[in-house]
Design a protein around this ligand. Sequence first.
Ligand code: MD3
Ligand code: FE
Length: 214
Amino acid sequence: MRSPLAGGTAGAALPEGVALHDGLLDRAAQERLLGAIRAVVAEAPLYRPEMPRTGKPFSVRMTNCGSLGWVSDRSGYRYQAIHPVTGRPWPPIPEMLLDLWQQLAIYPHPPEACLVNYYDGEARMGLHRDEDEAERAAPVLSVSLGDDCRFRIGGTERGGPTRSVRLASGDVLLFGGPSRLAYHGVDRVYPGTSTLLERGGRINLTLRRVTRPG
Ligand code: MD3
Ligand code: FE
């Protein structure tokens, strides 16, 4: 079995609450999911968000599906129902992803947001916590497609120890319990490590429950 743990940490446990489903989606499943994501992107194009205050563009391009989508611009981070460029509602979350959530997330309500991140060979995501969701009892589910990346995960305090995990196409990660508010980021993408995307790069899908079920 491929060891996803990088940098001499072979055998080290992932932080409590993190479950890595290494290679859960086989090539056929990855292709089906990619087809569904292409349909999402046709309706809700990828765009480049900007950092709050400074307006500095992200290196990652993004779009969403679901009743709510995560956006960032000069006024801040938030969830909203409307694509900031097209002004249209986000398309629905593909059924395959809803099924994955139902199978893996030990949580009785559906996800509301699926953030679609596209990384080219130079894109990165700095260490951060996902804390724009009112519902913290739900896990976050992440699916990787395309080129491998080096994913970094730490604890809930900034400046604490971190470890890196190499993620490949078809890997699914679940962050629940104490890891829900862990710092994490993407150090780099490894170009040319997957043939799934004709033009290369990496897609990450992040499913989240945003609102607290009433
Ligand atoms: C760990 N995306 O969009 S997904 C993000 O690969 C984001 O695109 C990364 O971080 C990516 O916010 C990582 C994995 C992930 C998502 C949410 C988490 C890891 C997490 C929440 C808590 C802890
Ligand atoms: Fe995140």
